[in-house]
Write a protein of this length. Sequence first.
Length: 752
Amino acid sequence: MKLFVPKVLLLLLAMLVAPSLAFAQDFDFRPPASATDPALPAAMKDLAQRVLPVYQENDQDRYLSNLSALQMVAGDPVSAYATRQSLQERRRNAPGARPASRAQAYDIYARARAIESQVRTPFANAYAQAFRDAVNRIDDLDAHVLEGQLTAPFQPMQEGLQRALDQRRGKTSISLNDALDFVWAWFAFESYRSFNAVVRPLVAAEDKRRYVTEEDVTIPVSKTGIVTATLVRPRIVAGKLPAILEFALETETRDPLEAAAHGYVSVLARVRGLRDKTDPLPPFQTEGDDARAVVEWMAKQTWSNGRVGLLGTNYGGYVAWAATKRMPPALKAIVTSDPMAPGIDVPMSGGGIFVNPSYRWLYNVTAAPDDKLPADDRWRALDEDWYKNGRRYREFPTLPGRASAIFRGWLNHPSYDRYWQKLLPFREEFARVNIPVLTVTGYYSSGAAASLYYFTQHHQHNAHANHALLIGPYDDQGVERGPAAALRGLQLDTAAVVEIHDAWYEWFDHALKGGKRPALVSANVNYQLTGANEWRHTATVDAPESKPLRFYLIESASPSSDLNALAEERPEKRSFLPQTFDLQDRSDIGWRPLRELVQRTLKARDGELFVSEPLKQAVDIAGLLRGQLDFTVNKVDMDLVVSLYELRPNGDYVKLFDPGYAFRASYARDRAKRRLLRAGERQQLSFRSERMMARRLQAGSRLIMALGINKRADQQLNYGTGDDVSEESIEDAGVPVRIRWYNSSFVEIPTQ
């Protein structure tokens, strides 16, 4: 029997099937090999013209966006702009929508090409008209964000297009999905390349219209010292404004307009004297006094309402905290991202081990502006020369210049003594910091140890501290500039991809303008639980109501296995795992830890791996790794390193924090007072990591912990004699380090 199908139903079925049929279609495509080949525009136009008639999409926003790109590349800017107007209308009507700056950049370009085509005017004139019409309709903040997108370099887009071309070598056809990606790669490159030369003077003119900018403002900070700064304030303003001060080593890398675009007077000050050939200053010595003097100066200006916030990233974050050692009355809020802490994470790691990158940093920030800085291979050669020859750390082969003398002076203070304590708030001085503070850091950021130090010390000494921690799966770049969708092989949750700078100014709005406390930092500790795609908000880093997972360190029952056990039950029979480390061995001179956060293989270097049983259900962990090691060792000191991974069911090893937690045993109890071990005696040592982690572990995953001696060419090497570690050399190594890890040793994984 023949079935009758109504025409309307046939049409509906055709519409539903068409997209899948279209996406299954392949197109002949043989582009040239170079992104700058003169033949590429014609090849892309031809491809877009063939894709246009068959492209369909159920998602209307995606459809309009892709359609506009196809129309532009196909040579029809008038239709492309009309399509983008439809997309703009949908964006405006979306609940809570804000202008998308990258989308606006394409809107302006499409309109400029449409004007050029219709009016027959040069592209530069058409673009200027489209730009002005766009920025005249938006406020200072949206205009500033848009300008940042428009002035972004187009070289990364060219590199992305070139990678796409490289992947097509030897291929003669392309699927519709890949064709759309290719069209977008070309459209992004071509648009930014086209307006790159004309947009910057337009942006400069727009900024001049919106802001009053004063360059090289001199601010007295002592009888003889002055700080130079750039001052920016909104041109149109009713009444006096709060102000934001930021100190930077390199003001060229910071944006003085950003705070002004958020409705503040912006003062961007240069740290003085570090590079001065005639009157040089060492780092960390005067910045606290300088910042206090500048805050007081700002509060007295005619444009000021007397309320000042301090913003700082890295060294600037240190300056902000140094200013609080004696609180200036006008200072009302602080925001820092990965603030440095001398004596805590510079020049040593958070665990008390001096690290060679601190010397490199010192050399770079004290070099005169016209000095040529050594290349990466030169720094690596210095590391390896010292390591290979086994000299004292005090004989580390530093380069000529005053950085060498400063660094050797730092080596005289391995403990957190008064030399370091005078640079930052210490104990009761934290109690007097009664202003709102926001600290931003990441699980994979080198500044995490210092960030957590400031946060925990402030709350420890001030029961009413208004200090919020914002932490997520970010590294140094993510903390400073904002995260991307992926980090060193680890795909981030969409919830993790937040605008870090927006969080800064929402906090300042809360503290300086009486705004609501931002939802993202609604509690003391605000962390992104990776793998769960959500943010959590708690009172402390380790929630007191949580029950940690305790694992005992058990030697493998199989002599052939490299994996020992993380056992949940304490074994009844006492035993120990022996480890031996030869501190004279230099065969590992070229070793450096892998940067990738997701690895397919894992091998402990000079250490042991411990693995748990598969988790029966998903587990949320959040907080600091801690534990108690029960051991005997034949030395009176040693430097240990602990790393933690999730071994997923698919075989991926995911770092839970990075870098690994390296610490000197003699400072594990107290960074201010060294307590040596007892050679040959059984003893216990408690430790607590200075790096936070937060992740939802999958059901079926295992925990992997690596435990070993910290021994590498780019860090101080502890030979275990008990003398000043900087005075030890390979001659002090003696017999290898021999450790017995008793099976009563345990680690605790914090859960939420």
